[in-house]
Ligand binder design. Sequence first.
Ligand code: ATP
Ligand code: MG
Length: 410
Amino acid sequence: MLYNQILVRFGDLTLKGKNQKVFLQKLYKLMAVKMEGLNIEIEYQHDRIFIHLLEEDVNKVIDRLNLVSGISSYSLVVKCDNDLNEIKKTSLELMKEVVNKPTTFKVTTKRANKNYPMQSMEVTKHVAGYVLSNHKELRVDVHNPEVTLNIELRRDACYLFNTEIRALGGFPVGVAGKGLLMLSGGIDSPVAGFLAMKQGVEIECVHFESTPLTSIESAQKVIDLVKKMSKYAPNNKINVHMVPFKELHMALLDNIPESYNITIMRRMMYRIATKLAERNQCLCLINGESVGQVASQTLGSMHTINAVTNYPILRPLCTYDKQDIIKISQRIDCFELSIKPFEDCCTVYVPKAPATSPKLDKAIQYEKAFDFEPMVDEAVENTNSITIDMNSDLDLTFLGLEVRDVLKNL
Ligand code: ATP
Ligand code: MG
């Protein structure tokens, strides 16, 4: 392999002053964490990062790079001496490595070192001429080339590269503060969590579990999903708050008309999530709702459900098509897990005809049927919090039928 380093670009140059400094500090730290254990050297420059590959497998490094939010793109780079003959020779080697069928190309030279003895155009001409006459498959097309050979003349050396590969983009996770993700075992909420992290929001997770009404496997699935997501988290770990929801769940089934069951169940979830967010210094809630997807996600439902909280709620998927959500779910390796068929509290005892436009005054009226506030507080008090990292082997399913007992005894 010809490449000896990776040039990493980080994006948002609209950031200025102090924000930029904070951004960079977070990014450097994140890079260091994600690259841990690899045989590489990271060189930080003011507007880019170089990863020197040393003896490391480039694909392994790329896999890790794809976990770092805040990186906009990267290129595999060959570094060579600044001498023109050396540049010509290395350029040809590079083009031979990447082109083996008829292909159009152009050369672009950037002269970052203003003291370089030749103008960029001259370097371009020399290199293009040399490469063209020694590589039979190449033709020049300066307007719409299939391959571009980029030459960067810097003070210390010359850098050559072809491709610019898009990375995660967004902001370094954590730079925006912390949010509480409402995580079910489905497809949507892990994707919502990932997108929030990608935009710089560190996450903790809350899961409402109704074991033994629901199976312990459904709670295990949530743990397994967190493990997958933790690869993107600042220190490869995420806190999870397991809320014992069985009592409230049963009270809802006993006291609330069937068509409003889901509406009021979700109002309870929002109430509890808000309290847990406050306790854990989370500045927003995050969930996987998408407008119109199911009865509880019509605008009318969202309006009635949302009324129980003043907390900001991020819904990263609110306008996403399901197919696009699935693509992201596959990319973050959650899809196979998410489609495992375990029921959670939103899928057992689903009403036959849920209200698609539940009214706020009716919801408030129905809630008067039982004294829910102490139950909400009790659920908060009895919540078990655990930390899951990317190597976690926590398996609840061997340990009992009710999550709360299992976690208490860990
Ligand atoms: P998902 O695929 O994430 O399960 P969904 O389309 O099945 O979403 P709902 O079951 O209506 O939708 O839930 C909407 C959102 O509410 C979920 O994306 C999640 O953020 C939150 N949520 C639902 N059930 C739970 C739960 N048991 N614990 C925590 N959050 C939940
Ligand atoms: Mg669900």
